[in-house]
Design a binder for this molecule. Sequence first.
Ligand code: NAD
Ligand code: ZN
Ligand code: ZN
Length: 381
Amino acid sequence: MQTRAAVLWEQNKPWHVEDIELDDPKAGEVKVKLAASGLCHSDEHILTGDMVLNPETSALMGVEQFPIIGGHEGAGEVVEVGPGVTTLKEGDHVVLSFIPACGRCPSCARGYQHLCDLGAFLLAGRQITDMTARHHTADGVDLGIMACAGTFAPYTVVAESSCVKIDDWIPLDKAALIGCGVTTGWGSAVNAADVRAGETVVVIGLGGIGMGAVQGAALAGARHVLAVDLVEWKRDKAIEFGATHTAASMEEAVAKVGELTWGAMADKAILCTGVATGDLIHPMMSMITKGGRGVVTAIGPIHQEDVKLNLFDLSMQRKELVGCIFGNANPRRDIPRLLRLYEEGRLKLDEMITTTYTLDEVNQGYQDMRDGKNIRGLITF
Ligand SMILES: NC(=O)c1ccc[n+]([C@@H]2O[C@H](COP(=O)([O-])OP(=O)(O)OC[C@H]3O[C@@H](n4cnc5c(N)ncnc54)[C@H](O)[C@@H]3O)[C@@H](O)[C@H]2O)c1
Ligand SMILES: [Zn+2]
Ligand SMILES: [Zn+2]
């Protein structure tokens, strides 16, 4: 069928919205009519080159990363089912999990679906089923899809393992945020930081991920949730999501945590800035107490290896520095679980969406993200 998509042809160029050809789903795949797609910072990392594979790695995978259709935070309705699909039927509503979960690999079997072996294909941009493309330009060039999803398009074809069925009555445009941002942020607090009742938690960076983390920390019973961002209105907004205090910089946050805890410092800190850079690690770790934990959820440039970190404190104060992907969640369990919390009014999704855009406005949406105007921008179809 013919449809449209926002395609990135090369690094540092704007998204290009164009007509594309979409094949029917093959074995193990479904076609999804998308209702909405969130504008997560991770797609921006492809545009800036932070998440671009070097040519040798691409060659090893046997694929070119560009051109690629963006978007990985979507929800919609299954409109066509390929042969061999057993868990989905036409008409089912689904959230696209940005990491597919096979349910059978060692990680899935261990309850670490966020580390599913299929995640190896996230940047390969082809169908997991057979490493070929279902998406092509109007003149036949194969197109990659971001995170096995490619949700910057009214229709996409994805593997069954990327889809998590949800209840029909949940608004799909809100459910889309659960496909990445909210689950990642919420799980960064609840799972990766393991926030306990009464703890002091610092969340650094208040986009879709950070606001999800603020909500997770508050719901887990944190005593203080200190929300840090350079942008003033986001700090004010964080209070509505459950933050108890705010700070305008890392330096201000270190001082404030000291005051709040009478020098004991925070139990947990979670890094959710637009880009993770090595210089942010030391200030984050200096905010946490003995035996405390720093969580890095923000994504750094793919080849960056330098980090500022006090190794004496790390061992002598038994601090933990941990990474986090997709909130360490199990999408098949946690996506429906978070949507229940939404239905019960305990997880805010509507309030996370600052501005909605048409597909043609995708570049405006990302400019607004860079300008600090959005918690989350959302493309609706
Ligand atoms: N680990 C994962 O599985 C995963 C999943 C999704 C997104 N991410 C990453 O999480 C990060 C956040 O994503 P997002 O969509 O919320 O981004 P965003 O751009 O919407 O929000 C980032 C926020 O950080 C703030 N910020 C930037 N530098 C800061 C600093 N030095 N101190 C305080 N605040 C600062 C910005 O003002 C902005 O409000 C990105 O790196 C994204 O790629 C990771
Ligand atoms: Zn994302
Ligand atoms: Zn798996």
